[in-house]
Unconditional design. Structure first.
Length: 147
């Protein structure tokens, strides 16, 4: 799975008391909500389903029907959240179809705990960048010596 996140210099939003304002700004900062795009659908998917009901596993069809949006649109936003490793994919037995179906829920049922996964991915990515830079520097020095 591919981990991709936008990292920007920011000031913690700890002075804001409205959770909707904090969430929207935060989602924009990390790249979940595209700047300038309508934030309503991605915000509602994450907020109305996963933040308000953190322990519930949601089927794509449930989200699609509730928001009156297409399944591909739901998947596009879920894939972004899965890419952050904030959501986890689970298999849930569906009584109606008598089959296991794929569903999604907030990792650990807690945003702060789920964020620990994000930080671990970021740490590994930064360490790997550092190793690449170190290797590149050695290659550059070797080339200079050979010239």
């Amino acid at each position: 799975m591919r981990f991709e996140m936008q990292v920007v210099s920011n000031t913690p939003l700890i002075g804001e008391e409205d959770p909707d304002v904090v969430a929207k700004k935060f989602f924009e900062q990390i790249g979940y909500i595209s700047k300038g795009a309508d934030p309503n659908i991605p915000y509602r998917i994450f907020n109305d389903f996963f933040l308000k009901h953190p322990n519930k596993a949601w089927y794509v069809d449930e989200i699609s029907e509730e928001l009156k949006i297409s399944r591909p649109t739901v998947y596009r936003h879920l894939n972004k959240l899965k890419g952050f490793d904030i959501l986890e994919e689970v298999s849930v037995f569906d009584e109606a179809s008598k089959q296991n179906k794929k569903a999604y829920r907030l990792r650990y049922g807690n945003l702060q705990k789920a964020w620990n996964f994000v930080e671990a991915h970021l740490k590994v990515a930064i360490e790997n960048y550092g190793k690449t830079v170190e290797h590149l520097q050695k290659l550059l020095e070797k080339r200079r010596k050979e010239e």
